[in-house]
Structure formats: structure tokens, C-alpha cells
Design a protein around this ligand. Structure first.
Ligand code: GCV
Length: 653
């Protein structure tokens, strides 16, 4: 059972350091912030578990030392075990820190047998968390937009927290799963937060100081209108000389305060945020303006591709929100500066439980790209429902635009909207910690098997967990994404959530809204025709083979059928079921699976620290209640629309 003192240690309870801490350890990490962390982690672990940090030349079980190994980069490391000694080498301090956490993850296995030299390096250079945190509590969105884990880790009472111990602990957790960048404020930049860039940069610097020892660079979301709202200029036109000078000077001051500042994140011309369109300029013009300001210091601008018309007329069937990012950005391929990264949501809509991979990914070969996923569970149960997203992310990361199975790289970076806050369990639902951990590990290695990552998370979070706990956690988590999908919007059609807060069912909640998120259900059928032949043409944004696969209901995968096609309720899926029967069956099954997961969790009470167990148990009550609500509303809606009864005669209202 977890030590109660470790209630919020997440995947780094002290017991996870037992194997390392009971050894003779020799460290030659040198000087520097991350080297300091390597030293202090080892010294602390040894003090706790009876090991020893030994001087150079002494016999050691574990050696961490610098080495010049070609191609390791700043973050890679080697690992080997020979003649009873485990050795980690790296070219940089960051690499040694990652190597140390690798040894921690391996536990006793790191000190058993012989192991030939392995080279580990991150597949993606940027592995970043975006916090949608406001400094000042927003009247509608609160302190953390789409946050389900309490208040902000960074901000309280209108300013940066004075006590940053929790941020320090957060940085440590993130380093242990490979994350190396954090954007600390909301991409919707409100009036107060705009000032973080200039007169309040000292607060950002204080946070950066705390994250640096964990190899994490701090990034800031900025408003494109900053030259106007902060600088008093009459324009924010990216081609205006005074605007360019303003950004150059503001950025120079940022780097004066934070020498290793990561760069800017920008949401422009999106959901009301200002952007270059106001000046008749392109998004490449906009991004390159900030890229030029950051370039002398090695900074990067993450420019979000979430640009669409959020004021569309629901009567207009020709406008398709799913098309928007591709239509806006592909003509700009090759025009972005080398230090501008286009940050693209993994799906074309908005983090639904099921979406195809965005056709923009793979369509801009001359542009640096980062894929954005959402760890905060805005549309996947808001951390009241258990929904482990590892399999979803893994599927997206394995997708190849040309249909190949090559392990080629999809992007330069992976970004997640963070699901952490000042909640004692970090993520509201304690099992949502698995999402944060899995994100970091998949960003390091997108080809990793998510189930193996979950095994790591279980082993670290519950050191020495008996098989019954390991099996129980797998039973609860492995299929939880699929369960959530079953009882919510069917076959990729999306939304059907309550407007505004997005929790719980409302089948027609967005049907007559300006947001471009429709399902078009009528008495005969449901779904959005996105084919090239008869629909919005979205399917043709993909390269072959996907454009052909998605074009026809005959070849379109079942789980995406209603995303791509409007079909009759009697349409027969590849599964052999009709669409309407599929809707009924999955909704009954989804609730049964949620009830079963609740039962499994209840049976683990003797193996899990009581407060953690109670928190999850309480969330399961809500999940089951809400799942039943989804089932009954969705099933009743489609029974009433279609008039087709459930083939198995179950209760539909
Ligand atoms: C930060 C969705 C969310 C918004 C969010 C937006 C975005 O629309 O509902 O809260 O804004 O995505 O990604 O910018």
C-alpha cells in the first residue's frame, strides 16, 4: 500500500527510489542546474534507503557520468550493465537527469544481470504541456480554463504563487516522464495575463527558476495585440516596422529575465483572439514576426492552427469547420520561419472522443509541426470519469498520412493541454495521473506501447504492487476510453454535449449553434457528409489511401462513419449491425462497463491508500450516474427520431 505521506507523490513516491537508493552510486554530473538535481536526488535516495554516494575511483553499483557519444544530443543517454556495474552516460546534464529517471523506472531490473549498451534519445525535441491557466480568475472560465483539478499550480490571488514548492514537485514529476517544456498561461490571453510579457515578467522568471533544475523550459502565451494593448502603438500589423521593433525589444527584455526562455505560444484569429487577419496579413506573416524576435535567443514560437469560423450559420451546409485548419494553412507551407512551429490539434474538430487524425498533419512538409492533444478531459469526462487516453494518442501518433506503416516522424513536437492543478491528487481524478504520465512517455517515444507505459505508471505509483492491484488497475484503465466512447456520441459524430461547460449529454445542444459542430440527425439518418462526391469535400483533404478510404461509407472505418457520412439508421456497419442497433447496444454496454469498472475498483480497497481509494470511488458514482444519463438521452433521442425499436427490447424512454 502507498505510504499515506506520499498521497500526492503521484508516480514518484519515495519507495520508487528504493533500488537506486540502496546502492553505491558514483556521480560525475559536473555543475549546473540539472546536474544539481541529479546529485540531490541520489543523495536523498541514498540517505533514505541506506546506499552511499561514493567518491571518484571507489567501487560503485551505479555510475552516472558525462561522455561524448555521437548523436545523443542534449537529452539522450546511454545505459548499460556490465560486471556488476550499471552505467549511465550522457553528453549533457539533461541527459543524465533522464538517465537517472530511467534507472528509477527500471527499479531492481537496473541492477540485475548484464545489459548491452542501449542508446535512448527522445524522438521529439519538444515535449510540452500547455496550461490554460489564468492569473486573474475569469468570470466564465474560472482560474483554469477547462481545468478539472482545482486552481492553478502557478497563480493564486492574482499573481504568481509566493510558495512554489508544488511547482517544484510538479517539475520533478514532469522530468521523470520526459516532459521538457511548459507554457504557464492560457492561450486565451486576457487583459491581466497580457502583462506577463512585459512588466510582470519577473513572476514568470520566478517560475522558470523553479522548473529549470528539472530540464524544463518555460514558455508564455502572448496576445498578438500586445504592441497595442501593452505598447500603446496604433497597430499590431506584423509588417509594420514599429511593431517589429516593439516585439524585438519586448523579447530582449524577456531573455534578460529568463536566459533559457522557451518562447511564445499564440492563439491568433481564433475564437475571438486578435491576429494578423485584421491587417490583411497571413498567419505566416504573424508567426514570422514573433519568430524573428525570438530567433537571436534560440526561442520558438508555437503558432496554433486552431483557426475556424466560430460564428457560422447552422443553416449553411457548405461551411465545414473540419476543413478550416487545412484550408487556412496548407497554402502557407514553406513560408514559416525555421523557429516557428505550427501547433495542430490531433483531430480536425476539437478533442472529441473520436476524430480522424487532422489532414493538416503530413500536408505541410516544409513547416515544423507540433501535434496538440488534450490531457485535460474537456470532452472525455472532465476527470470525473476515468478515461485513459493512452490508446487514443498512440493511435494518432502511429497514423501515417500516406498509409504506410513506417515509424517515420509525424511531427517535431507533442503538446498536451495539462490536466494538473492544485488539487491534492494533482489531477482531480487520481487515475487521470496516468494520462499525464502516458503523455510524457509517448512524447519521448511515440512508438511505445501504451499498455507498457501504463505498466510503468502502475509500478512507479504503487511500488511493489501485488498482481491483484496491477490487474485491477489494468481492468479499470485499459478499456476506459472505449467505454467512454460507447456511452457518449456514436460513431465519430462528436459533441452532443451540454453547451458551454461540455459536461454530460445534450444531443441537440450544439445543433442550432454557430460553432460548426452538427450531427444532422433526422427521421431517416444521422451524420455529416464530408465526402468529395456529395458532401463538404473534407475527405479529399487527405492523401491517398485515406482520401479513398474515407470517401465511401463502404470503406470508411465504422468508428468514423458518422464523422464522414450521413447514413440511414438501417445502414449496416462492417460489424454486421445496423447503425441504430449499434447505437443502442454500445450505450447499454458502455454503462455496463462503467458499472463493472466501479465494481473492480471497490474490490481494491485493501490495496490502495484510503484517501485515494475514496476519491476514485466517489468519482465512479458520478461516472455511472452520468453514463446512464448519456445512455438514456442518446437512446431515447434516436428511438424518437427513427421510430426503430431496440432489437433486444430493452428500456428506452
Ligand atoms: C482555450 C476549445 C475549448 C476552449 C479552448 C479552445 C482552444 O474550443 O473549449 O476552451 O480555449 O478549444 O483550444 O483554444
Amino acid at each position: 500500500m502507498t505510504d499515506p505521506g506520499d498521497i500526492d507523490a503521484a508516480w514518484l513516491p519515495s519507495a520508487a527510489f528504493r533500488a537506486v537508493g540502496s546502492r553505491r552510486v558514483l556521480v560525475r554530473a559536473g555543475e549546473g542546474p540539472q546536474a544539481g538535481t541529479v546529485h540531490s536526488e541520489l543523495a536523498e535516495a541514498c540517505a533514505r534507503f541506506g546506499g552511499r554516494v561514493v567518491p571518484d575511483g571507489a567501487d560503485a553499483d551505479l555510475v552516472l557520468a558525462p561522455a561524448d557519444v555521437d548523436g545523443l544530443g542534449d537529452e539522450g543517454f546511454t545505459f548499460e550493465r556490465r560486471g556488476g556495474t550499471t552505467t549511465v552516460t550522457a553528453s549533457g546534464q539533461r541527459g543524465l537527469l533522464h538517465g537517472l529517471f530511467h534507472v528509477v523506472r527500471l527499479g531492481e531490473d537496473a541492477f540485475t544481470g548484464e545489459r548491452a549498451r542501449e542508446v535512448h534519445r527522445p524522438a521529439l525535441a519538444t515535449r510540452m504541456l500547455d496550461h490554460w491557466d489564468n492569473v486573474a480568475v475569469h468570470p466564465v472560465m474560472g482560474q483554469v480554463e477547462r481545468g478539472y483539478a482545482g486552481g492553478s499550480l502557478f497563480w493564486a490571488d492574482g499573481r504568481a504563487r509566493g510558495d512554489l514548492d508544488r511547482v517544484r514537485a510538479y517539475g520533478r514529476l514532469l522530468a521523470a516522464c520526459g516532459i521538457n517544456a511548459v507554457a504557464i498561461n492560457n492561450v486565451n490571453v486576457h487583459a491581466t495575463e497580457a502583462h506577463l510579457l512585459t512588466d510582470r515578467i519577473g513572476e514568470v522568471a520566478a517560475i522558470a527558476d523553479v522548473l529549470r533544475p528539472y530540464g524544463i523550459r518555460t514558455h508564455l502565451s502572448v496576445t498578438f495585440a500586445a504592441p497595442v494593448v501593452l505598447g500603446g502603438l496604433p497597430t499590431a500589423d506584423p509588417l509594420d516596422e514599429a511593431v517589429r521593433t516593439w516585439w524585438a525589444e519586448a523579447t530582449r527584455r524577456v531573455y534578460e529575465a529568463i536566459g533559457d526562455f522557451g518562447g511564445y505560444v499564440v492563439k491568433a484569429d481564433s475564437e475571438g483572439q486578435p491576429g494578423p487577419f485584421a491587417y490583411g496579413r497571413s498567419h505566416a506573416d504573424g508567426a514570422n514576426l514573433l519568430a524573428a524576435a525570438l530567433e537571436p535567443y534560440g526561442g520558438t514560437v508555437h503558432w496554433r492552427a486552431f483557426v475556424y469560423d466560430h460564428r457560422q450559420d447552422w443553416r449553411d451546409r457548405s461551411t465545414d469547420r473540419a476543413r478550416a485548419a487545412y484550408d487556412h494553412f496548407t497554402p502557407l507551407d514553406g513560408r514559416f520561419a525555421p523557429n516557428a512551429v505550427l501547433q495542430v490539434k490531433h483531430g480536425p474538430m476539437d478533442f472529441q472522443v473520436r476524430e480522424p487524425v487532422s489532414p493538416l498533419i503530413g500536408a505541410m512538409p516544409r513547416t515544423r509541426l507540433a501535434v496538440e492533444v488534450q490531457a485535460t478531459q474537456e470532452y472525455t469526462g472532465q476527470q470525473r470519469h476515468v478515461c485513459w487516453l493512452g490508446p487514443m494518442w498512440s493511435e494518432a501518433l502511429r497514423f501515417r498520412p500516406d498509409g504506410s506503416v513506417s515509424a517515420g516522424r509525424l511531427a517535431d513536437g507533442l503538446v498536451a493541454v495539462s490536466n494538473a492543478g492544485d488539487d491534492p491528487f494533482w489531477t482531480g481524478h487520481p487515475l487521470a495521473q496516468a494520462n499525464l504520465y502516458t503523455f510524457g512517455r509517448l512524447a519521448w517515444d511515440p512508438a511505445a506501447d501504451p499498455r507498457a507505459v501504463l505498466d510503468e505508471w502502475i509500478a512507479l505509483t504503487h511500488p511493489g504492487a501485488p498482481e491483484r492491484l496491477v490487474d485491477g488497475l489494468h481492468a479499470v484503465l485499459d478499456g476506459s476510453w472505449s467505454t467512454y466512447e460507447k456511452y457518449t456520441a456514436p460513431l465519430g459524430v462528436g459533441f452532443m454535449v451540454q453547451p458551454g461547460h461540455h459536461y454530460g449529454p445534450s444531443v441537440d445542444g450544439y445543433e442550432y449553434s454557430p460553432w460548426g459542430t452538427y450531427h444532422f440527425a433526422d427521421r431517416d439518418g444521422v451524420g455529416v457528409d464530408r465526402s468529395a462526391a456529395t458532401g463538404t469535400g473534407y475527405a479529399a483533404q487527405y492523401a491517398k489511401p485515406w482520401s479513398e478510404v474515407y470517401e465511401s461509407p463502404e470503406t470508411c472505418p465504422d468508428e468514423l462513419l458518422l464523422f464522414f457520412h450521413h447514413v440511414s439508421y438501417g445502414h449496416v456497419l462492417h460489424s454486421g449491425k445496423t447503425v441504430i442497433q449499434h447505437i443502442y447496444d454500445t450505450h447499454f454496454e458502455g454503462v455496463e462497463e462503467a458499472e463493472e469498472a466501479r465494481r473492480v475498483w471497490a474490490g481494491l480497497a485493501d490495496l490502495v491508500e484510503p484517501a485515494r481509494h475514496a476519491r476514485v470511488a466517489e468519482r465512479f458514482e458520478e461516472q455511472v450516474r452520468c453514463a446512464r444519463e448519456w445512455r438514456d438521452q442518446v437512446n431515447s433521442y434516436f428511438l424518437r427520431k427513427s421510430g426503430v425499436p431496440d432489437g433486444r427490447g430493452r428500456t428506452v424512454y
